[in-house]
Ligand binder design. Structure first.
Ligand SMILES: [Cu+2]
Length: 223
């Protein structure tokens, strides 16, 4: 009985600090929470078992463990991209395949991704590419990568992959080329730090992030 409640509490704590999990296309490796603030969740090299993924009209799916969050997806056509610069164009800007947007809701999230529409050099039928998901739920930018082989003839999403949205919250895209202000870098907190003050701190960080996004939204409205 005592064990059960300890395990239950540990489950709650890890849910709070679990960031986000890329579900489809599959990430480079098993999710490592403490590494998610680093490039590709700290999986430096491309995998050999790439996902065959639609060049046009695909879908991606993830699980958010934060109530309010921002996401963007960048792409590299480098064969083994192992640093952020591999995801930039000749002028040093990230090659976006999903423009940054903000939304809310914890749990599953699934949305369209049209890779060919981004018009990135070297991205075509048969290309080996890597997509990197950049997520900020209020505790800093987080990263997960998936290595793909693009195909014109692949169906939108495999039948055994769930494409569902836990929330019907609005999705607000930023203008093309607009990068959000990310919240302060995530501090890796272990499951043993269970004080109530850390939960309050986490809320405060989310509040500041929300404010930054509102200001950004206001600026966009003025533009
Ligand atoms: Cu987090």
């Amino acid at each position: 009985m005592r064990f059960t409640s300890v395990a239950f509490l540990a489950g709650l704590v890890s849910a709070v600090s679990a960031h986000f999990h890329l579900q489809y296309p599959g990430p480079r490796g098993a999710f490592v929470e403490s590494s998610e603030p680093t490039f590709c969740d700290n999986y430096g090299d491309a995998t050999t078992n790439r996902t065959t993924f639609p060049l046009n009209n695909g879908y991606y799916s993830l699980n958010s463990e934060h109530p309010t969050w921002t996401l963007g997806v960048i792409i590299s056509a480098v064969q083994n991209p192992n640093n952020f610069a591999n995801f930039t164009d000749s002028s040093g800007k990230y090659q976006m395949v999903v423009n940054y947007f903000e939304t809310s809701g914890e749990g599953s999230f699934c949305a369209p991704i049209n890779i060919s529409a981004a018009g990135i050099d070297g991205v075509k039928d048969g290309s080996n590419v890597t997509v990197q998901f950049i997520f900020d739920g209020g505790d800093g930018a987080l990263y997960q990568c998936a290595d793909l082989t693009l195909s014109e003839s692949t169906t939108a999403i495999p039948s055994d992959v769930s494409c569902a949205n836990a929330s019907s919250a609005a999705v607000t895209y930023f203008s093309s080329g607009v990068t959000p202000t990310f919240s302060a870098t995530a501090t890796s907190s272990s499951a043993s730090s269970t004080s109530t003050s850390s939960a309050a701190d986490a809320k405060a960080v989310v509040g500041v992030s929300g404010l930054v996004l509102s200001v950004l939204g206001g600026l966009l409205a003025l533009a």
